[in-house]
Each structure stands twice: as C-alpha cells, then as structure tokens.
Write a protein that binds this ligand. Structure first.
Ligand code: SF4
Length: 368
C-alpha cells in the first residue's frame, strides 16, 4: 500500500495490518459477516482514508464514518443564519477556515466576503478577542463551532474578553457534544454497529470514563485510539478481540494523552460558562442536550441574544450529507459525488471540510 511508505515504521504497520486481517477472518468465520465499526471523529475519518487503511481493510472490516466533523454536522439553517449574521453593518465576523466555503441556501461566507463583508479567518478563538480589542468601534462576532475539543478554547476566549471588559465581543455558539449524538444514533437503530473507534482528541478533554455509557446502556464496545495508522490498527485489533471474546468494554488505547478523568481544568471551564442546550444537527434534527450555550450571567457575550437573525427554510438540494453523517451511505452513493460536487465546487459541507467524509473519499479513495 503506497501511503504506508510514509509511516515512521512501515514494517510495524504492515505487521499490524496482517494481524487485523487475520482476526477479522476469525470474526467472519464465527459470525458469517465482516465486523462493522464506526469512527466518530473527523480526524480519524481522514486518517483512515489518507493512510489507505479504509481501502486495504474494505473486504475485512467495514469502517463507517459517523457524525464527527463539526462543520458537516452543523445544520443548514444554522449555516444560513451565520451568513445572514455577516451581512449586518459595522460587524467583523471571525471564523475557522472550513466554514468559509460551506454553501448556504443562497451564498457562502466566502461570497459574502467577496461582496465586501468583513469576515476574517482565525486560527485560534483568542485571535478574535484581539481583533475586538483592535476594533473598538466594530462589533466582533466569533462563530463558535466545534465539539468538546474546541469548546474549552471558546470559553477561554470569552474569559479573555471578560477580563479585558470588551463590550464589542460575542460568540455565536453552535457547539456539539459527542455522547448525545452517539446515543441518538444507537437509539435510532438505523445503523447496526459492532463497535466504535472513539475520538482521541475529544477523549483528552472528557476522559475515558465519559464513554462508559456505551457498555452500561448499550452493551457495545469502544476503543480510544490515536491517529497514526499503527494506532488505528491497534484500536481495531482490540475491538475485534473483544468481539471474538463476546465481551463489552471501553478501552483506552491512547493512554499517553487520554486519562480516565480527562482534562479537569477544561471541564471546569465548560461548567463555569456553559449550560446544556438542545442543538439541531444536519440530517438528525434536534437532539436534546446535545450542545452547550452560554449561561445567562454571560449573556453579554452571547451573539444569539445580541443579534436578531431570521432565516426561512433552507433550499433543498440533492446533497446527502445528512445520511453520510449517520453512517447510512458512502459518498459514492450520492449522485453528485465527483460530478456536480467536488472540493473546487462543493455542494455540501462533507466535501468542504478538511474532516469531511466526501472530501476524504474524493482525495484518497476516488475510483476505488
Ligand atoms: Fe453532499 Fe457533495 Fe457529499 Fe453529495 S458528494 S453528499 S452533494 S457533499
């Protein structure tokens, strides 16, 4: 496999791959089918595709991408609202780069920027605080999108704005939480899974314990893994071992950075500034308690309280991101994949985002 040559230890990767294939063979002999595993992290989706593992394993282990890309899971109405937000006068909108090219019902943030709106791509939420400080006569709004990995950094930005007593700064919170969406997927029964490859980055914040619900409430296993091919293969191997032994467990196969309790400082920040909120997800509707928004005492930093935005029902397209996020179809099942929809001319967020499943398939698995 060509891309395995880029590994720091390709020999170990090949050995690991052979071991996984052998164990998957035992699974097939025992259960008469290939195991089905889902990753719920966009970085894992990219890593599986980029390393060639998804292709190499396709006859042995079915790897499904779940709702792990923050841009992709943001529903269309929220995207339209953010674009409308940028159109108000005397505003500077700050966003991560991926959001710029996500198509709204009419235009994208990129189109709005071309039309003269002040939209700035930032690398850290703290950059947006600096922009607010440097532009006291403008209203600066940060688009706060992300999972538990990003949310603590959003609260740091709010803390900094609070410390600097900025009156012109707010965050449009559209955050998402992993556990509620995993529960929603499992409760729906739409997709039958044998186990989860659990998100390495989110687990750093939440800790291994936060995934115990998988065993306690659903009798399904998960393994927290890193992002190198050898680590991904190790995670799959451990899941297969559990499946063959008919055991349910949550394993931490990324102990160098993930602790049982997670990052307590980050968790404290979340508790201090935020409260649970019912969030809308692309393709999944509203999921109770699946997002975090600012508590009432921080309302001055809550852009949703400061600015009125009213958008209608989003324009319907043939984009099937909603089904891809739920693990129901592959990008190749979308009639627009590599036809009307490419990274140069994306129709949906899964083709725009650097963690999107359609982008991963387009870049690394096209024609396979
Ligand atoms: Fe949407 Fe494009 Fe993916 Fe189809 S290929 S699901 S249009 S992003």
């Amino acid at each position: 496999m060509e891309s395995l040559e880029t590994l720091s230890d390709p020999a170990l990767a090949r050995q690991s791959l052979e071991a996984v294939v052998e164990l998957a063979g035992e699974f097939k002999k025992k259960f008469g089918r290939v195991p089905v595993l889902m990753e719920v992290c966009g970085s894992h989706t990219m890593a599986f595709a980029k390393s060639g593992l998804k292709t190499r394993l396709k006859d042995h282990v079915r790897l499904i991408a779940g709702p792990g890309c923050p841009v992709c899971v943001t529903d269309q109405k929220s995207i339209d609202a953010m674009i409308q937000l940028a159109e108000g006068s005397n505003r500077i909108l700050c966003t991560f780069g991926d959001m710029m090219r996500v198509p709204g019902s009419r235009v994208s943030l990129m189109n709005s920027k071309t039309d003269g709106k002040d939209i700035r791509v930032i690398y850290s939420p703290l950059d947006s605080v600096k922009i607010a400080e440097e532009n006291p006569d403008k209203e600066v709004i940060l688009l706060g999108i992300g999972f538990e990995t990003t949310i603590p950094i959003l609260t740091l930005a709010i803390r900094e704005a609070e410390r600097k007593e900025l009156k012109n700064y707010s965050v449009w919170m559209t955050t998402k939480l992993v556990e509620p969406v995993m529960r929603a997927l499992l409760d729906s029964g739409e997709v039958k899974l044998d186990g989860f490859i659990l998100p390495g980055h989110v687990s750093v914040v939440l800790g291994k314990k936060s995934f115990d619900f998988l065993v306690e409430d659903y009798q399904i296993s998960g393994v927290i893994t890193g992002f190198e091919p050898v680590q991904l293969l190790s995670g799959i191997y451990k899941l297969l071992e559990l499946l063959l032994e008919n055991k349910f467990d949550v394993l931490n196969d990324y102990p160098s950075v993930v602790k049982d309790e997670g990052n307590l400082t980050a968790q404290k920040l979340l508790k201090q500034y935020l409260r649970l909120h019912d969030e809308d997800w692309r393709g999944m509707g509203s999921i109770p308690g699946s997002g975090l928004v600012l508590k009432e005492e921080y309302a001055q930093f809550d852009a949703k309280k400061r600015y009125e935005v009213s958008v209608g029902e989003p324009r319907k397209t043939k984009c099937r991101c909603g089904e891809i996020i739920r693990g129901l179809i592959n990008p190749e099942s979308c009639v627009l994949f590599n036809k009307g929809c490419t990274p140069a001319h994306p129709i949906g967020p899964c083709m725009v985002s650097t963690e999107g499943t359609c982008a991963a398939h387009y870049q690394y698995m096209r024609g396979e």
